[in-house]
Design a binder for this molecule. Structure first.
Ligand code: RB5
Length: 143
């Protein structure tokens, strides 16, 4: 499985640790984020990741910014993206089981790294439940 990861300046440290953790576990990881902590604009990186997921360059994505909201809002402008924000493992599981999020978004400034790592592992291990949740996803595109 190939995972794309992106971040702004608020997510550099967590991104680096998450990439190491994922590679140790055998995932291929592609970095679409900034590697410096100098202030930058999260949409520049969110669009790159969204295009990579939509184009099949990577299977799933992970995005980090301070609150997670800037990344989530930008990513969800893309038709092929379901980006979900998670701040604990229960939400990390549900965002896959119920929403089939193909991008997991993490609020780097509001959760400890240990929690970020646990959420990522939970989201990756959880299966989409389909059924009524698929029906709801089918209703998501704007009419
Ligand atoms: C950057 O200061 C911050 O605005 C950004 O990381 C994110 O929280 C935006 O939603």
């Amino acid at each position: 499985m190939k995972i794309g990861i992106c971040n702004d300046h608020a997510g550099v440290a967590y991104k680096n640790k998450l990439m190491k953790m994922l590679r140790r576990r055998g995932f291929e990881v592609v970095n679409y984020g900034t590697d410096v902590e100098q202030s930058c604009d999260y949409p520049d990186f969110a669009h790159r990741l969204a295009e990579a997921v939509e184009g099949g360059e990577v299977d799933l994505g992970i995005a980090l910014c301070g609150t997670g909201n800037g990344m989530a809002i930008t990513l969800n402008k893309h038709q092929g993206i379901r980006a979900g924000l998670a701040w604990n493992t229960a939400v990390g599981a549900l965002v896959k089981a119920h929403n089939n999020a193909n991008v997991l978004v993490l609020p780097a400034r509001f959760i400890p790294y240990r929690m970020a790592s646990l959420i990522v592992r939970t989201w990756l291990e959880t299966e989409f439940e389909g059924g009524r949740h698929q029906r709801r996803i089918d209703k998501m595109p704007c009419r």
